[in-house]
Design a protein around this ligand. Structure first.
Ligand SMILES: C[S@@+](CC[C@H](N)C(=O)[O-])C[C@H]1O[C@@H](n2cnc3c(N)ncnc32)[C@H](O)[C@@H]1O
Length: 260
């Protein structure tokens, strides 16, 4: 991927980290990231983080979650560089590795991870069925897939409001319904498939994010990132809050287990 094709370049990384905290390119910080694996035992486990972004979560899973080893993969060079810096700052080079990869099947042997994690990144992967099959393949028997992702509530044509939101994001979103994820995971052979709708949480948080963008911080944000960049973000958040309010945009936590 060339620099001009990056969706998450250094400017976007800086803005999103300003909004969501250092090393986080999705909402909710450490609390929401760890909620995805709540109740699962990571102690001594080997974990893959798909779409690791700028790396706070890979660090968190090793440092606070107790994972023995975390491999973070991402397709973009700026986020991988940021994640590598974060791992070094945390002094975790021995336990956390970051790999820049190309989209498609994973370059990992069968049954090589105890847990496959992902936070708000699978939205960029259109073929949910192929992804589910790949995650199943690389998990050890008894291992868990635990992810958060941004879903659309149905399989029909997105509403005009949803189409406007997806266009505003301009991030190659490939949103799928809870039913499609469930079918993909069932079809891959997973058991104990569950989904938890996080719309009620995020619709409130996103309103606070909009207030932050348009309130007393606005002048600083415009000075730091440029007026037109901030105007674009306000346009995106305005469009997003409409589809969060109707429930059509429904972030979910997904869990599934490879039978032991
Ligand atoms: C919204 S960010 C989330 C990053 C991180 N998980 C977090 O929560 O802070 C989505 C990430 O997915 C990455 N991504 C996009 N397509 C991908 C793919 N096919 N495989 C892995 N990562 C991908 C992007 O480069 C970006 O870093």
């Amino acid at each position: 991927m060339t620099d001009s094709e990056l969706l998450y370049d250094d400017l976007h990384i800086a803005f999103l980290e300003d909004l969501w905290g250092g090393g986080f390119l999705s909402p909710g910080g450490a609390e929401e990231a760890l909620r995805v694996v709540q109740g699962l035992d990571l102690d001594g486990k080997r974990v893959l983080d798909i779409g690791c972004g700028s790396g706070a979560i890979a660090v968190l899973l090793a440092r606070d979650g107790g994972a023995a080893e975390v491999v973070g993969i991402d397709v973009e060079s700026d986020v991988c560089a940021a994640a590598e810096r974060r791992v070094q700052e945390a002094g975790l080079e021995g336990r956390v590795t970051i790999r820049e990869v190309t989209p498609g099947p994973f370059d990992f042997p069968d049954q090589s991870f105890d847990l496959v994690y992902s936070k708000d990144s699978i939205i960029h992967i259109p073929d949910k069925e192929a992804l589910a099959a790949e995650v199943f393949r690389i998990l050890r028997p008894g291992g868990w897939f635990a992810a958060s992702d941004w879903l659309i509530s149905h399989d029909g044509t997105p509403s005009p409001e949803m189409q406007a939101y997806i266009k505003a994001e301009d991030l190659d979103f490939a949103m799928a319904s809870p039913e499609r994820y469930r079918r993909a995971l069932d079809g891959a052979g997973f058991t104990e498939v569950s989904l938890i709708n996080r719309n009620p949480w995020y619709r409130e948080v996103a309103q606070e994010e909009y207030d932050w963008l348009t309130g007393s911080e606005r002048a600083r944000l415009e000075q730091t990132y440029g007026k037109s960049f901030i105007a674009d973000q306000i346009h995106t958040w305005t469009a997003m809050n409409k589809v969060l309010a109707t429930g059509e945009h429904c972030p979910n936590h997904l869990r599934a287990r490879r039978p032991g």
